[in-house]
Design a protein around this ligand. Structure first.
Ligand code: GLN
Ligand code: ZN
Length: 769
């Protein structure tokens, strides 16, 4: 095909669409089903109706080929587990008895059987259920759901393309089943899995699929030669089948790197590539491999992970370059639109001037359709859209919201010295010891205490105007009083105020910082029926007034023991928000850090001697490719240090991260130069303490001795045993005693009992020193 006819054939498509419905109907139906209020048939009807509405919306917006199979009652990786028959043994009976209930049992667990583990889908905030495989796994094909959803679309006269998680990614995302040798590599099951995919492909072909999309995002991560060989073999085998639809192998979230030549050479009919963000390098790499002669290229030029209106002219020019590199070029978002909210037009409270800058799934779909038209018919055919887009982009670029001269001047004036504490750690540690006078093995908590139903109700009452601000604050103060007196009575050494005023550790700060935007309906799926509404970093960030000082000060006024101030760190503030795409992430992080730095200074001035800056997202925000780690860690550590380094030597800076595996970031954790770090460790028997020691970590650390993820109360003996294990790696002068994470999801009874045991354990072990 010449590039002119390649252009003329350009079509618009997407890989997936938000599942929930405008009013989050899906969540309501599923949760209603769990509670027995909605029948299975009604739930299925809701699902079918939502799929139909999505297809209609896509078709009306000018999408030529709609995806099918992207819908899910819980998670598309779990759906893939069902499709290949890899049901864990402990759930087989439930699945056989009732497939729908068995499906939810795998997702949520039952009295008898634990659920599948949940983990993050690459570097997004979506969580999938981890397949559990072993040498005995037998795969069997179950294409029913995929076939039925394709039939729905074809029945409406639409051109449709089933979307499946590809076999290589499926295996790379899996883990050894319980009881299986932890060294077992699921990828060794590839030869057993491919025939099942072959069967599904044949079924879809028979059901009328011209194309099927196989998603292989795992190939954008650093892969070993053996893994790349497995990918080559998978697509040689699937491509070699005779009874199959055309295959489109899709990748997203980053560049394909070494996997690009592998897929380009594979006997498949098309590739879908991401050309946004860190994946932009795909463009040059594609030219370097000589393009995709004879193949279809689906170009992900509209960013599927942010909520901003794209630059149509720029995308059109990328598409123009791509025309020469493939037989046919189609237009899409960089990834499934699952990761953005549904419709910006539903936002009634957003300033109309800002609303023009926002593109959720619906607006992104329109951009894709416009670009496909522009590619097929020439820029002239979309000149009105291009002009409107230019105006929207200019309005954003020139707005005082995105350009606050005071914020910019301050960020530009930051020097290295601003990120350095005035004294080295050893001297600070001595000053802090003298100032705080804590016992050996000091006890503390991570910040939050149980967020009871009453507290949430009080917040809802405040929002609804049923209670006055003064009444609400009275309620918060009462809670703080209770939390402080409990901690004193229990004998904790460094107290907290308990964070009762916080709805969420990011949202609470976002609501108080200028430059952040909240949405009313901007829900995105986090997992299952849990949806979050990430705030939007829309403009330059500043702090009009202190955000936490009065609560911390109030708590401090109630006790003679030190009360720890609690802040969410700049990296986490970015990680759990929609970020700006018009400046480097490091720039945004620096602005947030400077605002938090002022909060730290105000806390210190108000008499707070211990300040904790939580960074649970530091590790999860790590770029997918190792080559990008250093650049990320440089701005991330700079932002943390900028937040914290302005304090006096005798003010103790804590940080907290809630995960156990952090091999890749141990140096970065050291570079934060915090005085104390608390981490999750209870379930891994203090593994983290050994890792820190192995690294030569010189500061104080509190590896958790109480697993807060379950209501189980650890005994004092158990906590003491963990402490003794911790002491083998970290000397008593530098070991803290604390839970794994905050207690907000726990109830009071187990919190009380567990913290009493934790303090008792510290006392016992202190006496052994
Ligand atoms: N300070 C927060 C809390 O205790 C930390 C939460 C977290 O690390 N995710 O809730
Ligand atoms: Zn935590």
């Amino acid at each position: 095909m010449t590039s002119k006819s390649a252009a003329a054939a350009a079509r618009a498509t997407v890989y997936g669409y938000p599942r929930q419905g405008q009013q989050r109907e899906l969540k309501k139906a599923i949760e209603g089903y769990w509670k027995g209020r909605v029948t299975a048939d009604a739930l299925r009807d809701t699902g079918a109706e939502l799929r139909r509405a999505n297809r209609r919306r896509l078709a009306e917006a000018g999408v030529h080929e709609v995806p099918t199979g992207d819908f899910s009652f819980y998670d598309h990786v779990l759906d893939t587990t069902v499709m290949v028959g890899a049901i864990p043994r402990r759930h087989r009976e439930a699945v056989a008895a009732d497939p729908l209930d068995g499906y939810f049992a795998m997702a949520r667990g039952t009295q008898e059987a634990a659920p599948l583990e949940m983990t993050k889908w690459f570097d997004t905030n979506y969580h999938y259920l981890v397949p559990e495989l072993g040498p005995d796994t037998v795969f069997t094909a179950d294409s029913a759901r995929q076939v039925a959803e394709l039939a729905e679309a074809l029945g409406e006269g639409l051109s449709a393309r089933p979307v499946l998680v590809g076999p290589v990614t499926y295996l790379l995302l899996a883990k050894p089943a319980p009881g299986v040798d932890p060294a077992f590599e699921p990828l060794t099951l590839l030869d057993r899995l491919l025939p099942v995919y072959a069967e599904v492909l044949a079924d879809l072909r028979a059901a009328g699929a011209e194309w099927v999309q196989l998603d292989e995002p795992a190939l954008v991560q650093d892969r070993t030669p053996a893994e790349l060989n497995a990918a080559a073999r998978a697509y040689r085998d699937l491509g070699g089948l005779t009874d199959r639809p055309k295959l489109l192998v899709a990748s997203y979230f980053d560049r394909l790197g070494e996997a690009l030549p592998v897929l380009a050479k594979a006997p498949v009919e098309g590739l879908a590539l991401d050309f946004t963000g860190p994946a932009a390098g795909n463009l040059e790499a594609l030219a370097a491999v000589g393009g995709l002669p004879g193949k279809r290229l689906v170009a992900g030029v509209v960013d599927g992970r942010n909520i901003w209106v794209g630059d149509l002219e720029k995308s059109l020019s990328v598409l123009g370059t791509l025309l020469g590199l493939a037989d046919r070029v189609d237009v899409s978002a960089s990834c499934s639109l699952l990761h953005v909210p549904l419709d910006a037009a539903a936002e009634r409270d957003v300033d109309p001037q800002i609303l023009r800058w926002l593109a959720f799934a619906r607006q992104k779909t329109a951009e894709i359709a416009t670009l496909a038209r522009g590619l097929a018919q020439g820029a002239g055919a979309i000149s009105a859209e291009l002009a409107a887009n230019r105006a929207d982009l200019a309005s954003r670029a020139n707005s005082p919201i995105t350009r606050d001269p005071a914020v910019r001047a301050r960020a530009a004036a930051v020097t290295d010295a601003d990120g350095r504490r005035s004294q080295p750690y050893a001297e600070r540690a001595a000053a802090q010891r003298a100032h705080l006078r804590l016992p050996l093995l000091p006890t503390t908590t991570i910040g939050s205490f149980p967020q009871t139903g009453e507290l949430r109700a009080a917040r809802a009452d405040l929002r609804a105007g049923r209670v006055s601000t003064a009444g609400y604050e009275e309620r918060i103060r009462a809670e703080i009083q209770e939390v402080v007196s409990f901690q004193e009575k229990t004998g904790l050494d460094v107290l907290v105020h308990g964070e009762p005023e916080r709805n969420d550790m990011v949202q609470y700060f976002a609501e108080q910082l200028t430059g952040y935007l909240a949405t009313q309906h901007g829900w995105v799926q986090s997992y299952g029926t849990r949806y979050v509404r990430p705030p939007i970093l829309a403009g330059d960030i500043s702090r009009p007034e202190p955000m936490t000082v009065r609560w911390t000060s109030y708590a401090q006024s109630l006790t003679g023991r030190p009360v720890k101030g609690m802040l969410t760190g700049p990296v986490t503030m970015l990680a759990w928000s929609f970020v700006r795409d018009d400046q480097p992430l490091g720039e945004t992080a620096r602005q947030v850090a400077l605002a938090l730095r002022d909060e730290v200074a105000d806390l210190e001035a108000a008499g707070t001697s211990v300040i904790q800056v939580d960074e649970p997202a530091l590790r999860e925000t790590l770029p997918l490719r190792a080559a990008d780690h250093a650049g990320y860690l440089a701005w991330a550590t700079e932002a943390f240090r900028l937040t914290t380094a302005g304090v006096r030597p005798d003010t103790q800076i804590h940080t907290h991260m809630c995960y156990a595996e952090f091999g890749d970031v141990v140096q970065a954790i050291d570079d934060l130069d915090a005085d104390v770090i608390s981490l999750e460790a209870a379930r891994s028997h203090m593994q983290i303490a050994r890792e820190l020691a192995g690294h030569g970590y010189p500061r104080e650390a509190g590896p958790g001795v109480y697993d807060i993820h379950s209501p189980r109360v650890p005994s004092a003996e158990e906590a003491a045993a963990l402490l003794r294990t911790g002491l083998e790696a970290i000397p008593a002068e530098r070991l803290w005693v604390n839970p794994d994470c905050g207690l907000k999801t726990r109830g009071w009874p187990e919190t009380r009992a567990s913290l009493e045991n934790l303090v008792a354990a510290a006392r016992t072990v202190r006496e052994e020193l």
